[in-house]
Write a protein that binds this ligand. Structure first.
Ligand code: SAM
Length: 361
């Protein structure tokens, strides 16, 4: 038994679904325990540790992941007795303790990029009676000295699977990680088996949302670079769309349609906002060039929505085509898609089987 509460700090920031709240064990122990037991992610560090005070900071940079997400990843990992596991993203140390309890601490090594977080995890683990090796460093490099591993569990999101992980896992070994493009920040859990020839592949097992590894965070585009000056640029292309906003964004962002679109338009970042008048706006920004699109969805869902696009790509047209493709394929769910990392390091996303590649626009 490895209680999560042993790995949570005195002051923590659970997610309520609408945002984050501050909960202090000293001020309200009952409330603290209620949140510690809740199936929600709990932020334990903001802004890479530069945040001061107890109000939530800007960017969540370390957390105790949502227990149901952790256990679902453990199920995908399907460890057997004595398996040697590399964890990437130690965070609070709770997953490292769970792995130690199951496999023996000598079989567990966990890498954490943040020195303070790693130090804190080491102390908390020791206080709870566990001593897996906690390495301070970049988990994208793995931990070659202890390779080969039977399993690699990544508890932080990636856009690209690093070579080192495939080199450090034994043939037939399983890698489980939150993976996604830069489109929306949404991830799905990729469960890949190493072939032994430098490639790895397998299905996604469900939708998830994880913070991203430090070096792969989206450096958000500057709005003014895309739309300088006042009003719409002179070359703006105007049109309308009948596609409902809910097909392109939903509150949780876990919809399969979003995932399918995100796979097809990796070189694009999408954001959205809702005005007090109930108008929802979707913005798209090209990541390889300065293409942009804005779509204004009216409250009245039956009315066509206004589309504005600029730059060499017509990003909204790409989103519509990607959505049409998904619909035409019979609206497949996350689990029907899969990922292959080829021996020469290319990432290929497929539908149904590895030879049926998802089109990239
Ligand atoms: C969601 S938390 C992990 C939760 C953790 N497994 C637990 O049980 O509490 C993600 C962690 O990954 C760490 N991280 C980010 N980039 C990393 C990298 N390149 N290498 C290793 N750790 C990284 C963050 O600092 C953060 O602590």
């Amino acid at each position: 038994m490895v209680p999560r509460e042993l790995f949570l700090p005195q002051v923590m920031w659970p997610s309520t679904g609408q945002g984050y709240i501050t909960v202090s064990k000293t001020d309200d122990p009952e409330e603290w325990r209620r949140w510690a037991d809740a199936d929600v992610p709990i932020v334990t560090q903001w802004d890479d540790g530069h945040h001061i005070g107890t109000t939530p900071g800007k960017l969540a940079t370390s957390s105790s992941s949502m227990p149901s997400a952790v256990f679902s990843m453990f199920a995908d990992l399907s460890v057997t007795d004595g398996a040697r596991v590399l964890e990437v993203g130690t965070g609070t140390g709770w997953c490292a303790a769970l792995l130690s309890a199951r496999l023996g601490e000598q079989n567990v090594v966990s890498v954490e990029v943040d020195e303070t977080v790693a130090g804190c995890a080491r102390k908390t683990l020791a206080a709870a009676g566990w001593h897996p090796e906690i390495v301070t460093g970049d988990g994208l490099l793995g931990r070659p000295d202890r390779a080969p591993y039977d399993r690699i569990l990544v508890t932080v999101g990636v856009h690209e699977v690093p070579r080192a992980w495939i080199e450090q896992i034994r043939p037939g070994g399983v890698l489980v990680m939150p993976w996604g493009t830069r489109y929306s920040g949404q991830n799905a859990i990729a469960c890949l088996t190493a072939a032994g020839d430098g490639s790895a592949g397998g299905h996604f097992t469900g939708a998830t949302r994880f913070m991203h590894v430090r070096s792969q965070r989206l450096d958000w585009p500057e709005f003014d670079d895309y739309l300088p000056g006042e009003g719409w640029p002179a070359d703006t292309r105007r049109s309308t769309t009948g596609l409902p906003a809910a097909q392109i964004v939903d509150e949780s962002d876990y919809a399969a349609s979003n995932f399918a679109v995100s796979l097809q338009i990796p070189e694009c970042a999408r954001t959205f906002a809702r005005s007090p008048q109930g108008v929802q706006t979707i913005w798209l920004f090209g990541l390889g060039d300065l293409s942009w699109a804005a779509v204004f969805f009216d409250e009245d869902a039956s009315a066509d929505s206004r589309v504005y696009q600029g730059g060499p790509r017509s990003l909204w047209d790409e989103v519509e085509a990607a959505h049409r493709w998904w619909y035409g394929q019979g609206r497949p769910g996350h689990e029907e898609f899969g990922l292959t990392v080829t021996a020469d390091g290319r990432q290929q996303v497929w539908l149904g089987e590895p030879s049926t590649l998802v089109p990239v626009r």
